[in-house]
Ligand binder design. Structure first.
Ligand SMILES: Nc1ncnc2c1ncn2[C@@H]1O[C@H](COP(=O)(O)OP(=O)(O)OP(=O)(O)O)[C@@H](O)[C@H]1O
Ligand SMILES: [Mg+2]
Length: 457
């Protein structure tokens, strides 16, 4: 802004008065210039303030827009109240959950939105003293209508810049969503468990298949033994019948004596106890084999119990190596017995896997050897199985226990044996590890606690 000093409104009269007027003119002019300067300064300040206010307005608008955006896109419901518990702000998720527009909610008591039971709960939280605050509480929104929407709610106080309480902020996540997600998670977990159980079962069936020949032989022995004995007993019965017929009939004494001699009744009577004992032994052997088999094939539901690990080791080795078709040199270093607590069937499955792997590794070895040792200490046992096969390639040592890792040709190995064995031993609170023996060949070590371990949920 500029002002013309010649348009001054001050009048001029005579010469002396002219001098005065001149000096007055100069003073007035200086005053005007001063005023003009000041006005210019005020004006530029005004413009500066105007620009600042506009900037602040823009920032405020942006912030408001940002908050609106967040509130509308939030899927959790939001209720903001004043100190009297009257609703000051809600978001779209709450409008949708209740089926009511924001305008109808503002100014109402927030407690009206909740079911009677939830209101009681909130009152209880309040009675516990201090500012009302809670986390992850299940509360039900109803607004007096029949249907209830369960929410997992959090509540905290809001404060002004000086820390004075202004009211509450309540945020709730619809539990339906959470429950749905949880249900889906649970279903896929169960699905996984089923698949895992199927894998365990099919691996067990594969081991069982490999064992069938060995077990058939094993059963054949006592059965043919019992069969032979029963044949002798049938013949003995016929001879006894013939002799008893003569004794109870009218045959004279010399004829009876002759019959006793020719039918070799005395030898028969002598033979009977050992024949019966042998038959009994054979039947018991069959029963034991069937029991061992049943133990092996029993499902995961089999409960844990005390059992003799040495017996399980011997049976597993016996079954697998019996029909292996190689001249195996077996070296046992086992105690007489060693009782541990667990699933005998599962431990047997692990041992069968380990022995079978060793046999596979020994297939092309000229003098195949297998050494088995068991150290039975007070609280733990350590079982080692060492073969003199080709050993394990260094690169493969870290992959052995991964599911489906196999170096065997397609159709000869699924690569599940060691990974399942690892899991079964872990479930017993133990460890399964492998290394190449300094003297050659592979060595697998099973370490187990002897007593019960805490079940994992
Ligand atoms: N005693 C061993 N000597 C050398 N390599 C071994 C021995 N035991 C296991 N392995 C290696 O570990 C791999 C995995 O063994 P794992 O028992 O898991 O599967 P697999 O024997 O190949 O198949 P399956 O599922 O039929 O048992 C084998 O393919 C083999 O390469
Ligand atoms: Mg295997």
């Amino acid at each position: 802004m500029s002002i013309d000093p010649h348009s001054s409104p001050i009048p001029l009269h005579n010469a002396s008065a002219e001098v005065d007027a001149l000096s007055l003119d100069a003073a007035a002019e200086a005053a005007w210039v001063d005023v003009v300067h000041q006005m210019e300064e005020v004006y530029s300040d005004l413009i500066k303030y105007q620009v600042e206010i506009e900037k602040k307005n823009q920032a405020l608008e942006d912030a408001q827009h940002f908050i609106d955006n967040v509130l509308t896109t939030m899927t959790d419901v939001l209720i903001v109240t004043d100190t009297q518990g009257r609703i000051r702000q809600v978001n779209r998720a709450l409008e949708q959950a209740l089926g009511v527009a924001e305008a109808e909610l503002l100014g109402r008591a927030y407690l009206d939105l909740f079911s009677a039971d939830s209101r009681r709960q909130i009152e209880n939280f309040r009675r516990q003293g201090g500012e009302l605050a809670f986390r992850d509480r299940e509360l039900h929104l109803t607004l007096g209508r029949g249907a209830e929407t369960p929410l997992s709610m959090n509540c905290a106080s809001r404060h002004d810049a000086r820390g004075r309480v202004l009211g509450l902020v309540l945020i709730g996540r619809p539990l339906g969503e959470l429950q749905k997600a949880y249900l889906e998670l649970n279903n896929s977990h169960q699905e996984l468990q089923r698949a895992q159980q199927q894998l365990i079962d099919s691996e067990k069936m594969a081991s069982l298949g490999r064992l069938v020949a060995g077990v058939a032989h094993e059963l054949n022995n006592p059965i043919s033994f019992v069969y032979g004995n029963v044949h002798s007993l049938i013949r003995y019965c016929q001879r006894l019948e013939q002799y008893l017929g003569a004794v109870h009939g009218d045959a004279p004494q010399p004829e009876q004596d002759e019959l006793r001699r020719s039918l070799r009744i005395d030898r028969l009577l002598n033979d009977l106890p050992s024949l019966l004992e042998g038959t009994m032994e054979g039947a018991e052997r069959v029963r034991d084999i069937v029991m061992d088999l049943r133990q092996f094939s029993s499902g995961q539901k089999e409960s844990k119990c005390p059992f003799d690990l040495v017996h399980v080791i011997r049976t597993a080795v016996h079954w697998v190596t019996r029909d292996a078709g190689i001249k195996l040199r077996l070296a046992y270093d086992l105690p007489q017995t060693c009782e541990i607590y667990g699933h005998p069937g599962q431990i047997q499955q692990v041992l069968i896997n380990l022995v079978q792997n060793a046999l596979d590794a020994l297939a092309a070895v000229e003098v195949p050897r297998l050494a088995l040792s068991l150290r039975c200490e007070e609280a733990r046992v350590r079982f080692e199985i060492h073969d003199n096969g080709r050993g394990i390639a260094e690169d493969n040592l870290s992959k052995l226990f991964e599911p489906f890792f196999t170096t065997k040709p397609v159709g000869q190995g699924t690569g599940l044996g060691l990974s399942l064995s690892y899991g079964l031993i872990k479930e017993h609170g133990g460890t399964l590890s492998a290394f190449n023996h300094p003297g050659g060949g592979a060595c697998f070590v099973v370490e187990l606690p002897r007593g019960p371990v805490e079940e994992r949920p």
